[in-house]
Design a binder for this molecule. Structure first.
Ligand SMILES: *[C@@H]1O[C@H](CO)[C@@H](O)[C@H](O)[C@H]1NC(C)=O
Ligand SMILES: *[C@@H]1O[C@H](CO)[C@@H](O)[C@H](O)[C@H]1NC(C)=O
Ligand SMILES: [Zn+2]
Length: 407
C-alpha cells in the first residue's frame, strides 16, 4: 500500500516538471503583451516576470501538454520565441542534489550553504530565543492553512520608551527560497554577531522568515516552482497568491481572477490565514513600524509603492532616494546593480497595503537576484554571496531609520 502510494507520488512528481520547458518570448507591442496575458489565463503557462514591457524578453514555463498549443498560438500572434531550458526538471534535480548534500544546522551553528526546511527553520528560531533571551523572543502569530506555525522573532534590548521598529518578512512566495535564507542571515547577524550590537540598541526588529510555510514545503517536496498558498480554492484548484491578497486596491491590476493562475488574488482580500495573520501582526505595531521590507526574488530590484498605478506616492522622492542609498551600499560589496523603482502591475501586495492602508512611511519589496534556470533556483553555493551583499543594504536602511526616527 505505502509502496504503491510512493510510486504514485513519484509519478506525479515526474509529470510536474520533467517535461516543462522554459521559453523566452519577446513581445514587440503592448498589444502582444495583453495577448500573452490572455494565454497565461487560458493555458497553464507560468510567466515568471512581474514587469512586462514590450521588446523585453519574458520567461514562460510551459508544461508538456500545452507546448504544441502554446507554440501554435505564439506563431499565430506573430510573437518571437525560443526555448531556453528544454528540461527544467534536470536543473531542479541538480539543485536538490546539491542542497541535500549540504549540512543541516547543528546545535545552532547555521551555515548559509543550504535551503533549510520548515522544521529546521523553526529549530533555529527556537535556538535563538533560548540562547539569547535578553535580545530575542519567538512568537507564533498564527497558523497556516495546513496548521504550521507562523512565526516571528522580535529583537529588542528593552527600555522604557517604545522604539521604532523595522519589520521584515520573507517567503510570502513559496518558490523564492533565497528570501527566507536572507531573513535568517539578517537574524543571525543582528543577534549572533556582536559587531552589529549598535543595530539593535535604539531600534527594534520584527522578522518573519517564512510567511508561507505550506507553499514553501510544497515547493521542496513536490513542485519546485509553486508560488502560492495551499488552501483549497474552487473544486479542484489550490492556492492563492498571497502577495495579491492584501486589502489595498485588491484585484485591480496584475492580479488574476483565474483560480489556477499563479497570481490568483483569492476569493476576497485576506482570504488566506497566512495574509490575515501577517496583517494583524503588522497592525499590532502600526505606530512603531517606520520601515517595512518584504523579501522576494528574483528580479534583483528595490521596489516601492504602488502596484496599482504608475503615480508615485506623496513621499516618492524620499522612497527613491533611500532606495538609491541602499543600492549603492549593496553595489559596493560585489559590484552588482539592482534596479530601483515602483512596480505597477502588482496590486494587493503586502508592501502597498503596509504603506497605503497601515500608513508605514517607508515600504519596500526587496527582490533578490536569480540563478539556476534564470530564476528562483539560485544554487545553494551562491546563497552566501547574495545574503552578504543584501545585508550591506539592510545596514543602510537601518542608518536611515535611526537618523530619522531616533532621538
Ligand atoms: C524577465 O526575466 C528574464 C530573466 O530573469 C530577464 O532576462 C528579462 O529581462 C525579464 N523581462 C522583463 C520585461 O523584465
Ligand atoms: C507550533 O508551536 C507549538 C508551540 O511552540 C509546538 O508545540 C508545535 O509543535 C508547533 N507546530 C508545528 C507544526 O511545528
Ligand atoms: Zn515574490
Amino acid at each position: 500500500m505505502l509502496c504503491s502510494l510512493r510510486i504514485l507520488l513519484i509519478f506525479i512528481e515526474h509529470l510536474l516538471h520533467k517535461e516543462c520547458k522554459l521559453y523566452e518570448v519577446i513581445p514587440s507591442t503592448p498589444e502582444q503583451i495583453t495577448l500573452l496575458e490572455l494565454l497565461e489565463d487560458e493555458c497553464e503557462v507560468d510567466v515568471w516576470n512581474n514587469s512586462r514591457k514590450s521588446k523585453e524578453p519574458l520567461d514562460v514555463m510551459v508544461p508538456a501538454v500545452f507546448q504544441n498549443e502554446f507554440e501554435k498560438k505564439l506563431t499565430n500572434l506573430q510573437l518571437c520565441y525560443r526555448i531556453i531550458v528544454p528540461d527544467v526538471q534536470a536543473i531542479v534535480n541538480e539543485e536538490k542534489y546539491k542542497n541535500d548534500k549540504a549540512p543541516s544546522i547543528i546545535e545552532g551553528k547555521i551555515s548559509f550553504e543550504k535551503y533549510y526546511r520548515y522544521a529546521e527553520i523553526q529549530e533555529y528560531l527556537t535556538y535563538l530565543s533560548v540562547e539569547y533571551p535578553k535580545l530575542a523572543y519567538l512568537t507564533h502569530y498564527g497558523v497556516s492553512y495546513e496548521n504550521r506555525n507562523l512565526s516571528a522573532i522580535h529583537i529588542t534590548t528593552g527600555g522604557d520608551e517604545p522604539k521604532p521598529i523595522i519589520f521584515i518578512d520573507a517567503g510570502i512566495h513559496a518558490r523564492e527560497w533565497i528570501a527566507p535564507a536572507q531573513a535568517l542571515y539578517i537574524l543571525h547577524e543582528l543577534i549572533e554577531n556582536k559587531n552589529n550590537k549598535h543595530m539593535i540598541e535604539k531600534v527594534d526588529w520584527v522578522i518573519v522568515p517564512l510567511a508561507n510555510p505550506d507553499g514553501y514545503e510544497y515547493s521542496h517536496k513536490t513542485d519546485r516552482f509553486w508560488r502560492k498558498t495551499r488552501s483549497k480554492v474552487g473544486r479542484s484548484c489550490k492556492g492563492v497568491d498571497p502577495n495579491r491578497n492584501f486589502d489595498f486596491h485588491w484585484r485591480e491590476h496584475g492580479a488574476s481572477k483565474k483560480l489556477q493562475s499563479p497570481t490568483y488574488c483569492g476569493p476576497c482580500p485576506f482570504s488566506e490565514p497566512e495574509t490575515r495573520s501577517l496583517s494583524n501582526l503588522i497592525k499590532s505595531y502600526r505606530t512603531q513600524i517606520k520601515l517595512y521590507i518584504s523579501i522576494h526574488s528574483c528580479k534583483q530590484s528595490i521596489l516601492y509603492p504602488f502596484g496599482f498605478t504608475r503615480t508615485l506616492p506623496y513621499n516618492g522622492d524620499e522612497l527613491h532616494r533611500l532606495a538609491k542609498l541602499v543600492e549603492e551600499a549593496i553595489y559596493k560589496v560585489n559590484g552588482n546593480h539592482y534596479r530601483i523603482g515602483n512596480s505597477p502591475g502588482s496590486s494587493g501586495s503586502s508592501r502597498d497595503w503596509a504603506y497605503g492602508a497601515v500608513g508605514i512611511p517607508l515600504s519596500y519589496t526587496l527582490e533578490l537576484p536569480g540563478g539556476g534556470t534564470r530564476g528562483f533556483d539560485l544554487p545553494p553555493d551562491e546563497i552566501l554571496g547574495v545574503v552578504k551583499e543584501i545585508f550591506a543594504g539592510i545596514k543602510m536602511f537601518f542608518n536611515y531609520v535611526q537618523l530619522k526616527y531616533c532621538y
